[in-house]
Design a protein around this ligand. Structure first.
Ligand SMILES: Cc1cc2nc3c(=O)[nH]c(=O)nc-3n(C[C@H](O)[C@H](O)[C@H](O)COP(=O)(O)OP(=O)(O)OC[C@H]3O[C@@H](n4cnc5c(N)ncnc54)[C@H](O)[C@@H]3O)c2cc1C
Length: 392
């Protein structure tokens, strides 16, 4: 049997549900079906760190995600044997995705949005008149437009013939008990101490079935060369007196946003990790929610005008705060993981204001352009001094 709706969203993670919530908020008359392959509560391999910025978008819609969470007040950066800690009370939280994504989907359902789980999309045909989708449950849906919110190796990107992704990361994580070297439980740690690692290791306080634990992991940017996240996390654990063999390793990939890459085609919009997230750190939940916040009013306008070419979506994202953040982080990734890493690290330790600005952004605090320009100026001056050092 064939059903017709206005909009099909493929993927019921934060990008898909945020898009559904924001489209519904902009125009509740648009009929939406979210198709999610897995059945909630479904696991998503992820450390679950979310900046308060993401919750500001949800707050605006009155969406409250009531799940166990560890509240964060600080971010610590380990660089060149030093730890730089920036405090900003209430800057974010750590959740378990199995709980968070389920609660978010329930918030959409409570608003009357149809979220179908256990319903994977198998084929997508895009024509001049609309989109036809078939599911693993044997259904056929017709829609005016489709949103690909189906994550890192989603079907929409493939079947709508987008260019293959370039920026990829490999990530391994596991949950352990705490150790003496750990920072306080209101602090997440990004450890860049291994300079030969094209990425970082992390310690995030988490809560598993009511028990305080620490999610640790290794993020490796594969685009920069071969590496092995499993071996990296093994070494990281052993340095903390933990036996890697005692913990269940969870491995997954990530896709970075690429400047200039198209993230839309006629009748097709990509959001969240299907479009690309921050390659520098692999942060993607807040970005997924923000993609939805941008896509909501954008799609509502497209339905109002009955115009689904979406030719300006890539540019709309680029000009939004989301695109600005993704562009800055993309530039940082090239700079930080490049041949001048040692100098960049020394400068970062001397000019913590740039790190403070990044923490403010994560926390959703307003970004002062003056502070940004001043911080960038300080950074560039310190970098120029470092470059003049004879040992670099
Ligand atoms: C180990 C690891 C740790 C991470 N830690 C963090 C972190 O601490 N903080 C952070 O911000 N980000 C983190 N990330 C990144 C973050 O998990 C992702 O960027 C984020 O989940 C992207 O959200 P999304 O909604 O775009 O995609 P997803 O969350 O991947 O959701 C996509 C959904 O689409 C569904 N789907 C796929 N194919 C189909 C289909 N054919 N039909 C129907 N449904 C389909 C999937 O089942 C899935 O539910 C981490 C990633 C990894 C791998």
């Amino acid at each position: 049997m064939t059903r017709s709706v206005d909009l099909v969203i493929v993927g019921g993670g934060p990008a898909g549900i945020s898009t559904a919530l924001h489209v519904h908020a902009a125009n509740p008359r648009i009929s939406i079906v979210v198709l999610e392959r897995e059945t909630y509560p479904r696991e998503k391999i992820c450390a679950g760190g979310i900046g308060a910025r993401a919750f500001r978008w949800l707050d605006k819609l009155g969406v409250e995600v009531d799940v166990p969470m560890v509240k964060l007040d600080a971010i610590a950066l380990r660089l060149g044997g030093k730890t730089i800690t920036t405090r900003s009370p209430g800057l974010g939280v750590v959740v378990r995705r199995i709980e968070f994504d389920h609660a978010l989907a329930n918030q959409a359902r409570a608003r009357g949005i149809e979220v179908r789980d256990g319903c994977g999309v198998e084929t997508i045909a895009i024509g001049d008149e609309g989109v036809r989708v078939t599911t693993a449950t044997g259904e056929e849906l017709r829609a005016k437009a489709i949103v690909g919110a189906d994550g890192v190796s989603g079907i929409v990107r493939k079947q709508a013939s987008f260019a293959p992704p370039v920026l990829r990361a490999q990530v391994v994580e596991l949950d352990t008990e705490g150790v003496a070297q750990d920072e306080p439980r209101d602090t997440v740690v990004f450890d860049f101490d291994s300079q030969d690692l094209n990425g970082y290791a992390w310690d995030f306080p988490t809560i598993v079935g009511g028990k305080p634990m620490v999610c640790r992991g290794a993020y490796v940017i594969r685009t920069l060369g071969p590496d092995d996240a499993r071996a990296r996390i093994g070494a990281y654990l052993r340095a903390r007196g933990l036996d890697p063999m005692s913990y269940r390793h969870k491995q997954y990939a990530e896709r970075g946003w690429e400047p200039g890459a198209e993230i839309a085609a006629p009748r097709v919009l990509l959001v969240g990790e299907a479009a690309g997230i921050d390659i520098a750190t692999g942060e993607g939940i807040g970005q997924a929610i923000e993609y939805g916040a941008v896509a909501g009013p954008y799609l509502a306008k497209a339905f109002e005008r009955d115009a689904f070419r979406f030719s300006d979506w890539t540019e709309v994202v680029r000009r939004h705060h989301l695109g600005f953040q993704l562009r800055i982080r993309h530039a940082c990734y090239r700079w930080f993981y490049g041949p001048k890493r040692a100098a960049v690290e020394r400068v970062m330790a001397q000019v913590p204001s740039m790190f403070q600005i990044a923490v403010q952004d994560f926390a959703g605090l307003p970004l002062s352009k003056l502070a940004l320009v001043r911080g960038a100026g300080q950074f560039l001056r310190a970098y120029a001094r470092e470059k003049m050092r004879p040992d670099d």
